[in-house]
Ligand binder design. Sequence first.
Ligand code: NAP
Length: 298
Amino acid sequence: MLTGVQVLMLGGDKRHVEVINRLAELDASIQICGFEDCSEVNSTAAKVEYNDTLFEKADAVILPAAGTDDDGMINSSYSKQSLQLSSSQLERLPKHAVIYTGMARTYLKQLCSSFGIKMIELFERDDVAIYNSIPTAEGALMMAIQNTDFTIHQSSSIVLGFGRTGITMARTLQALGSKVKMGVRRSDHFARAFEMGLDPFYINDLERQASNIDLIFNTIPTMIVTAQIIAKMPVHSVIIDLASKPGGTDFRFAEKRGVKALLAPGLPGIVAPKTAGRIIGDCLVQLMRDDISNRRNV
Ligand code: NAP
């Protein structure tokens, strides 16, 4: 249970409705800002006007997936009101308080560090990234199906990056009967991909590997599917770029060549907000229990 834990939730989207309801189930005291137009939140969560005093008793502050922008602005899908996080709020936070966010830009990192406030980026955690890879792979598959006139079964696909998202993507494609090549840069990843029944290759051989491919799923967050690679790809092939913005594809050249290339950010929140919210909520519950009880005992 989270009885007695004071949570302040600032902005968010459908995923955060799930988080609010999960925390409410566990008896946390929740104040929420930026949910005026939302009717789905648990009635025990108090919708409050945003002001600096809300921070004085908070044990945990929860921010949306993107945290804040470079000016401290917080986005909410359920409000037209602007919320801004600045030093006037952080200086009021108790020292044991923790800020939880999906990701943090430099603004938020600097703000927390200047006030000595612990900040946790949930999407950096292995457990969250691995759970999130499930709706991500399903969303990528959906995009591939919508943008091709052939089946995944018997298609030739490439997955770039043998990380948390790449492994799930490859396994999902494999399960549907695609012939999956896996682009890696490490020999241990090469060996593991081989063991999984994938067809591994080293990234520096991508140009050759791409010449007879139907689908590329990129998870490497750097320019990897260059004009040189795209020039070798069949024109019917489709690139689904899952890497964080701006992706790892030369989209300008792909368009010029007539190869369909799609940047697909934020898939868990788009294709499965309920599941994505449950992933965030479960992780938050675990962290709050650990973090807050530890810090109170210091
Ligand atoms: P990850 O576990 O760190 O995996 C990234 C992979 O890329 C690793 O295997 C890494 O190789 C490889 N890599 C990085 N730089 C490389 C380079 N220069 N050359 C070759 N390989 C390189 O990350 P992840 O959690 O899978 O996330 C991957 C990307 O997807 C991130 O940008 C993340 O933000 C994004 N993402 C998007 C969605 C969505 O909805 N579109 C959802 C989740 C994540 P090493 O292991 O050798 O370092």
